[in-house]
Structures are given as C-alpha cells and as structure tokens.
Write a protein that binds this ligand. Structure first.
Ligand code: PLP
Length: 403
C-alpha cells in the first residue's frame, strides 16, 4: 500500500509476491493527505483538528501530518508508540481507551508520568477505576454515548452502540466522581463513520446532544466530537461540501464555553491511497467473467467486512472495451470479491488493476489469512516515490513461532 504524502497522493501497491515492489500509481489530479487536511481544517477554522491514527498508522502518513502541525488521536498503546516514533510530542497526544487491555493502560499511565499534557479518554467506570488503581490522577475526558449513531454501516455506528461511552443519563454522576479523582478536561464522543450529505442532519443532531451534555457538565477545556466525516466511494456519490458541513456542525454544537476538537481519520487519508493488484486469471463462467487477482480480503477486507464499494480501474489498458466482470482474490471464501458484475476495461492476464480509496482502513485491516504476506507500501511525494514499508516475506510470517 502506499502513502500520498506531499503534493500528490497516497498510494498502496501490491503485486505478486515474487515480483519487486510493484508499480506505484498516481491518478492525475487526485487528492493528497495534506490537501485533505487543509480542506477540513479550513471548514472548521475555529476547531482543533486531530488525526485519528487508526485510519492509517504508517509513519509516512503520521510524520507528514505532524510536519504540518496536526496532533494525533490514538485508540491503542501501539498507536501512541507509533505516533511518538513518527515525532509526536507525547504531551500533545490523546488516548481514547475502549475496553483497554491492562498493558495499554500501563503504557499510557507511564507515558503520562513524564508527559502531563497527555489526555486519556475513557467510556466506562471500570476504566477510570483502573486508571486510579495505577495511581493516575492526570488529564481525562469522559466519552459519552449519546444514544444516536450515524454512518455508512451498522458496524461503524458507534454512537448508539452500548460498547462505546458512558450511558447518557449517567454522565453527570460519573463526571462528579471523575472530577474528584482526576483532572477532568473534556467530553468526548465519536458517533459514526462514513457520514455523507444524507446522514449529515442526523450526525449534527447527535453532536448537538453531545454539546448539550457538555453544557450540563460544564467547566471543560474541550469538547471532542470525534470523526466520522465520509468520502464518496461510488462514482455517483458527491463529496461533502466541507464549508457547508463546517457551518452546520458549528451551529449544531454552539454555544460552548470550551474548545471544539474534531478527530477525522477517513476523511484525511481514504482517497489518497490505492491498491495495485495483478490479474492472474480470466475465466468465462455462465453467469459472469471471473477475474482473479493476487490481492485478497487479507489485503483489503472492506468489501467483505462492510459491503464496501471501491472503484476499480484497469490501469494497464484503460481504453480497452468494457466488459462486465467479477473480481476476486485467492482466498478460499466467496467473501473474497472486490466487485461483482461490474463493467471494467476488459482485463487480461498480467494487467494491473487499481482499487481506489483504500487509504483509510485498508492496510490497517490487512491480515496474514492464508499465510499471505502483506504488501509493500509506497509513498508518493510529488513525483518522488519511496518504499515506505517493505513487502512481508515468508520469514516474516513464521518469525514469532516457537519451536
Ligand atoms: C475511528 C475513530 C475516529 C475516526 O473516525 P473516521 O470515521 O475515520 O473519521 C475518531 N475518533 C475515535 C475515537 C475513533 O475511534
């Protein structure tokens, strides 16, 4: 996979495991990570923007954003470690703990001992108790559950999922107990993901409910409304008009006597990355033409996991006559398909296909299912390309096995 960092975009590359580093590809005029950030920040010029690292934690992406002054939001100790390795000041980090493993809390508490600016967000009484048990009394935010979720798929509508945040009615009581033990600086909520124009009214309503609770709790440094802003995946979807979105969100949450924080992940990196995969099989079947490629759901699971649509182009022969095809990978499950019956410039064996918009939750969700090595990532900066992460080898796959 690839990371578009500078003037161009973020790319991800995969070719057959035997060949070199693949062919990085730029869709001319395509978006770039810094450009996406600047458009977002301009729409919310009075807010503080943090990048939600879990969308893509590659060092090329993190350091590019850190270089232009963006702070990072982390949801696991590993993400904190990566942000620091990429150059983040630990004091500027925010750690959102969801059912945190003990080792993650140990790491965060130890980090905060030398970096009192670190903020830990928790969404369960247990998490606060576990922090206190570790002697922590520093900066905390309370994650609240507004009871409303929004987004492109029920698996990402976190705002109404009981797993996330303190139940709305319990927040004032929890806030009081938290204040007596910690430095309560913020209220936090992240209510959904992949929000486009059609979901915007609901999303703003949920954020309004969060703001209302922040006013009830009072005396806060910031109110963090999470991320969730979507990008178009289908060719007929419209991108968000960010200036209008900024105004709508702002009017839904004001007045607030606290800083507004937003944590976009997907919006910053999704369309700055693409996955390159090589055609190895073209098979006529009675119902469709099957195109086999070397990438799989182990490389990019979004279609299998979220029914996600991703644009696909035949970059080897974009002008070849179109033909309706189904593209699938080498995994032994029928879920391993990137598209079904979709017109594509007729692929032939050896062609490279580009699967678009994989910058967010693409490489991050890649696995070694079927003992498949994960692909290389290539970062593009203007016309410069560099391998940002090498392809995994067979040795990488077995490295941790104990004889
Ligand atoms: C995932 C996540 C985000 C970012 O969500 P996007 O939909 O990628 O913008 C922000 N905040 C928290 C706490 C998250 O878990």
């Amino acid at each position: 996979m690839v990371a578009g960092i500078g003037g161009n975009q973020y790319i991800q590359s995969w070719r057959s495991r035997q060949t070199g580093n693949g062919h990085p590809l730029v869709f001319p005029g395509g978006p770039a990570t810094p450009g996406n950030y600047r458009r977002f920040a301009a729409a919310f010029h009075e807010a503080e923007i943090k990048y939600a690292a879990k969308a893509h934690t590659g060092a090329a992406v993190l350091s590019t954003l850190l270089d232009i002054g963006v702070d990072i939001e982390c949801a696991a100790a590993g993400e904190l470690g990566r942000a620091i390795r990429a150059g983040s000041d630990p004091n500027a980090l925010q750690y959102t703990a969801v059912n945190p493993p003990g080792a993650d809390l140990d790491y965060a508490v130890e980090l905060a001992a030398d970096n009192p600016g670190l903020t830990i967000t928790a969404g369960a009484r247990d998490t606060f108790d576990r922090l206190a048990a570790r002697g922590y009394d520093g900066r905390v935010a309370i994650r609240i559950n507004p009871g409303i979720g929004t987004g492109h798929h029920e698996k990402v509508a976190t705002g109404k999922d009981a797993k996330f945040g303190i139940p709305y009615e319990d927040v004032p009581g929890v806030a009081e107990s938290v204040r007596s033990r910690f430095d309560l600086v913020g209220i936090h909520a992240h209510v959904g993901s992949g929000v486009l124009q059609a979901d915007l009214a609901d999303h703003c309503r949920a954020l309004g409910v969060v703001a209302e609770m922040a006013r009830t709790v009072g005396d806060l440094e910031f109110v963090d409304f999470g991320g969730g802003f979507g990008v178009p995946y289908r060719e007929d979807e419209q991108p968000l008009d960010m200036a209008a979105v900024g105004e709508k969100v702002w009017s839904a949450v004001q007045p607030l006597d606290a800083r507004v924080v937003l944590e976009p992940g997907r919006y910053i990196v999704a369309d700055a990355g693409c996955l390159l995969t090589e055609v190895n099989t073209v098979k006529e079947a009675p119902s469709t033409t099957v195109v086999g490629v070397d990438a799989s759901l182990a490389t990019m699971i979004r279609p299998a996991m979220f029914d996600a649509y991703h644009p696909i182009r035949n970059v080897s022969a974009p002008r070849r006559e179109a033909r309706s095809v189904s593209v699938g990978g080498p995994c032994c499950t029928s879920a391993d398909v990137f598209c079904t019956d979709r017109p594509l410039a007729a692929p032939q064996r050896g062609d490279l296909l580009a699967i678009g918009n994989v910058g967010a939750y693409g490489y991050e969700l890649a696995s070694n299912f079927h003992s498949m090595p994960r692909p290389a990532e290539v970062a593009l900066d203007g016309s410069e390309t560099r391998v940002a992460r090498r392809r995994e080898t067979f040795e990488d796959l077995v490295r941790l096995e104990v004889e």
